[in-house]
Design a protein around this ligand. Structure first.
Ligand SMILES: Cc1cc2nc3c(=O)[nH]c(=O)nc-3n(C[C@H](O)[C@H](O)[C@H](O)COP(=O)(O)O)c2cc1C
Length: 385
């Protein structure tokens, strides 16, 4: 007897690239959606509180592959505002341990931390209080440190230029914070070298007017950020990734640019950097940013193509199809979302639904799976008597 010919098989649909795993160093992320670091200006003396439980709690159950904690100051003087999260005291470490314990008890999401020093942008008001400098003599204000005694804006009080002992102090602060991050069991560290904060101030000729080994040539301007990378890399477990966030351009003629970014990324790669998170701007009020959907993606694409490290693209990535095409076209290895995640903390669920992928959701919420999307949540099952 002849078997009837089998009907032509529909070729199985390629899985969306956004929802394929990715490795950053030894860290495997379930998917390529990362939650960008977002300052909350809601800590007390650097210590996380209930707001962090609420805010990070909802983001931890979002289904994203990685949650990067907000810019976390390595010293009190390195905070942007008096309300920044910090990791420079036992109290800070203890408070964050409480938050992390709650997140881990309820979500498998990987958690990184952004270690930061604000440099000359320290001692500011929170954005909702206008964001201006708090002058050193005013309540809550302090004198900032920076590569050079050049203020961010001409009307502001100038910072103190870091001398040799000041540089050593900052190296020690980064190393100590990295050790605390290791004790907290964080999955990775992102070094904040973007947005006009201390390490970016060293990189940019706009903020760095030094005439010693830390200023002038590109190699000299990169020296301190690279030293910081080295001390953090040394202080954090070797099997966990350390990577950097960089501003690819100052958006100011004569400022830091993509060529410097590529050179810095290569130098970081040579020192064991696991990824580059490509942002832009922040060092000068003169910046002329050309905003638009995915406006920083072309910089990530250059870093990915020319440096070959896993590259995270960020900036006005808001639509699932947009994120998918960034990954599928090889423009970046992962995307990072900030505002879109605050607006819709279930963004990864909605992206998975739109692109036809699966995503992890807490079992308490499995019953919310839409009737027409029976495979949206990984391993979801329901029973009742
Ligand atoms: C509320 C808020 C806080 C932010 N805090 C940080 C931060 O702590 N560190 C950082 O590198 N960028 C910070 N950013 C910038 C974002 O990480 C991101 O690069 C930027 O918002 C562009 O991405 P988006 O278009 O997805 O919002 C913050 C942005 C927002 C909206």
């Amino acid at each position: 007897m002849h078997e009837p010919p089998s009907p032509p098989q529909a070729s199985p649909q390629a899985p969306p690239q956004l929802f394929t795993p990715i490795r950053i160093g030894n860290l495997t992320l379930d998917n390529r959606i990362t939650i960008a670091p977002m300052c909350q200006y809601s800590a007390r003396e650097g210590s996380a509180g209930d707001w962090h439980l609420i805010h990070l709690g909802q983001l931890a159950i979002s289904g994203a592959g990685l949650l990067i904690l907000e810019a976390t100051a390595v010293s009190a003087a390195g905070r942007i505002t008096p309300w920044d999260l910090g990791l420079y005291s036992d109290a800070n470490e203890h408070a964050l341990a409480r938050v992390l314990q709650a997140l881990r008890a309820n979500s498998p999401i990987k958690i990184g931390m952004q270690l930061a020093h604000a440099g000359r942008k320290a001692s500011s008001r929170a954005p909702w209080d206008g964001g201006a400098q708090i002058h050193p003599g005013e309540p809550g204000g302090w004198r900032a440190f920076a590569p050079s005694a050049v203020p961010h804006a001409p009307s502001e009080d100038p910072p103190i230029a870091l001398d040799e002992s000041g540089l050593q102090r900052v190296r020690d602060e980064f190393a100590n914070a990295a050790r605390r991050a290791a004790r907290l069991g964080l999955d990775g560290i992102e070094i904040h070298a973007a947005h006009g904060y201390l390490l970016h101030q060293f990189l940019s000729p706009i903020a760095n007017h030094r005439t010693d080994a830390y200023g002038g040539s590109l190699a000299n301007r990169m020296r301190f950020p690279l030293e910081i990378f080295e001390v953090v890399r040394e202080a954090f477990p070797a099997d966990k990734p350390v990577w950097a966030r960089i501003s690819a351009t100052d958006w100011v003629p004569g400022g830091w640019d993509i060529d410097g970014t590529l050179a810095l990324s290569q130098a970081l790669k040579a020192r064991g950097c696991a990824a580059i998170h490509v942002s832009s701007g922040g060092v000068s009020p003169q910046q002329q940013i050309k905003l638009g959907p995915g406006y920083q993606v072309p910089y990530a694409q250059r870093v990915k193509a020319e440096v070959g490290l896993p590259t995270i693209a960020v900036g006005l990535i808001t639509e699932p199809e947009q994120a998918e095409s960034i990954i599928a076209n090889g423009e970046a290895d992962a995307v990072s979302l900030a505002r879109a995640m605050l607006y819709d903390p279930r963004w990864p669920w909605h992206a998975a639904a739109k692109l036809g992928a699966q995503v992890k959701a807490p079992h308490q919420y499995w019953r919310s799976q839409p009737r027409e999307l029976k495979d949206l949540f990984e391993n979801a099952k329901f029973g009742a008597r």
